[in-house]
Design a protein around this ligand. Structure first.
Ligand code: AMP
Ligand code: FE
Ligand code: FE
Ligand code: ZN
Length: 283
């Protein structure tokens, strides 16, 4: 079995449609694929329909924009009931924050001498309900201001960049509770990626496990060094956390994250599915 539990479609900031993502997963030899678009379930129905006619099994997922104090944390939810009122209301609030910050980012870019129209960002966001910095990056590339998404982030859009604008995100403990109340399993995505080692400490994880029942952490991910992966595995073992691995595939949006570049053990998937059934989720 080849199990990839974290991928994105063009419904958020990936570039493949949900159906194309499933087709690409089949070509890559995956047996199980989780679609975890940022802050929306909207791609799941099309992905599930495509999976029904293919060799790939789809696990429904989401990547929730969460925060820890002022720092960004990404929370994966597996098997959530997509109609859960509290979770859907919270996701709508996050997406509204995403929409509202785009004009502010464009104003900052204009001050930096790189004017862009909202319609140029909209062209790349398409009908995504979850507009994000990668769509702004695509518009910067199209204007020739930067070479690619990575350069757009490195120069302007990263969290410490001159055109960065913060937005609403759910406190991570609240996010875990919302996932559980929707019947899902909660896993912190790439906890030590991009400086996360300073925030996601052992004592923080102890609290999230003890008080909120955090289920797991994503360990095998391109944003972690081999040394970080080893340390995270030891930590997970000590705290009884499930360990996942995944590509964080974004289609052409992240070139060094091919489908299946990191995978999750079948026994871990089995435990995730067991908990979804136990919590009353949907898969
Ligand atoms: P947002 O959710 O709109 O704040 O944008 C965050 C998203 O941008 C992440 O989910 C990644 O897909 C992408 N991203 C973040 N940092 C980088 C980076 N340095 N290079 C390329 N993409 C990035
Ligand atoms: Fe993304
Ligand atoms: Fe993420
Ligand atoms: Zn992701």
């Amino acid at each position: 079995m080849t199990i990839d539990l974290h991928t994105h479609s063009a419904v958020s900031d990936g570039t493949d449609s949900p159906a194309d993502l499933v087709a690409a997963a089949a070509r890559a030899g995956l047996t199980v694929l989780a679609l975890c678009d940022h802050d929306t379930f909207d791609g799941l129905a099309d992905a599930a329909a495509a999976a029904r006619g293919s060799t790939v099994r789809l696990l429904p997922g989401i990547e929730i924009s969460a925060r820890l104090g002022g720092d960004s944390v990404h929370l994966l939810g597996y098997g959530c009931r997509t109609a859960d009122p509290a979770l859907t209301a919270e996701l709508a609030r996050i997406r509204e924050g995403r929409r509202r910050r785009v004009p502010a980012m464009l104003a900052a870019l204009a001050r930096l001498g790189m004017p862009l129209e909202l319609s140029e960002v909209a062209r790349f966001a398409g009908d995504s309900p979850s507009v994000g910095r990668p769509h702004v990056a695509d518009a910067l590339v199209a204007r020739g201001y930067v070479a690619d998404r990575n350069q757009a982030f490195a120069r302007y859009l990263a969290d410490d960049g001159p055109a960065y604008v913060s937005r609403y995100a759910t406190e991570v403990a609240t996010g875990i509770d919302l996932v559980h109340r929707a019947g899902g399993v909660a896993v912190i995505a790439h906890p030590w990626g991009r400086g996360g080692e300073r925030q996601i400490t052992e004592s923080l994880l102890v609290g999230l496990v003890g008080r909120h029942g955090l289920d797991g952490i994503e360990v095998d991910h391109n944003d972690h060094t081999p040394a970080q992966r080893r340390s995270l595995r030891v930590l997970a073992d000590r705290l009884g956390l499930l360990v996942t691995g995944s590509s964080d595939y974004h289609g052409l949006g992240k070139l060094n994250h091919p489908l299946g570049c990191h995978t999750t053990a079948p026994a871990v998937l089995g435990e995730i599915e067991r908990r979804i059934d136990l919590f009353g989720g949907s898969r």
